[in-house]
Design a protein around this ligand. Structure first.
Ligand SMILES: [Zn+2]
Length: 242
C-alpha cells in the first residue's frame, strides 16, 4: 500500500493539513503565539500557502493565504507575516521542499548559541544526522533586526540550510523543512525532542549519540512511520472537526 504522505495532495488536502499542522505544532509546544508552517501550492509551484498573521493554535482555513515564491509578496491588500521571507527563500532554493516550519522552541535556542551541535541521541531524531547548520544573521546584514524581513535575508538563510533538514537561527529559533507536511511536522516535533533529551542527558553525565550508521538506518525506518504519527496527531488535535 502506498504511504499517504508520499502521495501528491490536492490543494484542498493541503489547506486542511496546514490547519491540522498548525494545531499539532502548537500542542507540542513547537510554536506558541509566533511561529508558522507553510506548504507549496500543489496547483502552482511558484506559490506557497501559510497563515497570514494568526497564532498557530487559532488558525482556520480562511486565515491561509497564497504568497509568491519569487519575491515573498502576498496579494495586494493582504497583510502577511514579515517572516514569510523565510519560507519564500527556502522554496526558491530547494525544489524538493514542499513544507516549511519556523519556530522559536525554547529547547532549540541553546544549541544555536552555545557551540554544542544538535545531534541525534535517540532513534526518533535520526534525521539530524543530515546536518543542523547555524545561521548567523549578522553575517547577512548590519541592521540590528533579528527577523528575516527581506528576500535577501531569506536567501541567506536558505544558503546556510543548503541540503540539511533544519537550520538553527542564532538568538532566534529554527527552520525545518520536509518533502511533505507530514515530514516537516515530524521533524519539527522531533528536533525539539532531540534538544530536550540532549539537555536532560547532559544533566546526568556524558551522553552517547547515535553513530552515523545507526542514524542512517533509523532515519530510513522513521520515514515509513509518518502516516502513523500524522494519524495520531491529527486525530488528537482537531482533524475530525474540520
Ligand atoms: Zn521567528
Amino acid at each position: 500500500m502506498t504511504a499517504a504522505h508520499t502521495v501528491r495532495p490536492t490543494r484542498d488536502q493541503v489547506l486542511k493539513n496546514l490547519v491540522i499542522a498548525n494545531r499539532v505544532l502548537a500542542a507540542y509546544e513547537v510554536v506558541d503565539g509566533w511561529g508558522h508552517v507553510s506548504a507549496r501550492d500543489p496547483d502552482d509551484a511558484d506559490s506557497f500557502i501559510m497563515s497570514a498573521v494568526r497564532a498557530p493554535a487559532l488558525v482556520r482555513e480562511r486565515d491561509l493565504v497564497a504568497i509568491r515564491v519569487g519575491d515573498g509578496e502576498p496579494p495586494a491588500q493582504i497583510k502577511a507575516s514579515v517572516e514569510r521571507h523565510i519560507h519564500a527563500g527556502i522554496y526558491r532554493s530547494r525544489k524538493d521542499v514542499t513544507a516549511v516550519v519556523h519556530c522559536h522552541a525554547e529547547a532549540l535556542i541553546p544549541f544555536g548559541v552555545a557551540g554544542v551541535p544538535l545531534r541525534p541521541l535517540a532513534h526518533t531524531d535520526a534525521f539530524l544526522i543530515d546536518g543542523c547548520p547555524i545561521w548567523e544573521i549578522r553575517a547577512a546584514t548590519y541592521r540590528d533586526t533579528m527577523l528575516v524581513d527581506t528576500a535577501e535575508l531569506g536567501d541567506s538563510l536558505a544558503a546556510t540550510l543548503a541540503q540539511a533538514p533544519i537550520a538553527l537561527m542564532r538568538g532566534h529559533g529554527a527552520t525545518i523543512v520536509g518533502a511533505s507536511i507530514h515530514e516537516a511536522v515530524y521533524r519539527a516535533i522531533y528536533a525539539r525532542h532531540a534538544a530536550l533529551v540532549d539537555l536532560a542527558g547532559r544533566s546526568l553525565g556524558t551522553v552517547r549519540y547515535l553513530s552515523t550508521d545507526e542514524a542512517r538506518s533509523a532515519a530510513d525506518s522513521t520515514v515509513k512511520t509518518f502516516d502513523r504519527t500524522w494519524e495520531l496527531w491529527s486525530t488528537q488535535h482537531g482533524a475530525t472537526s474540520l
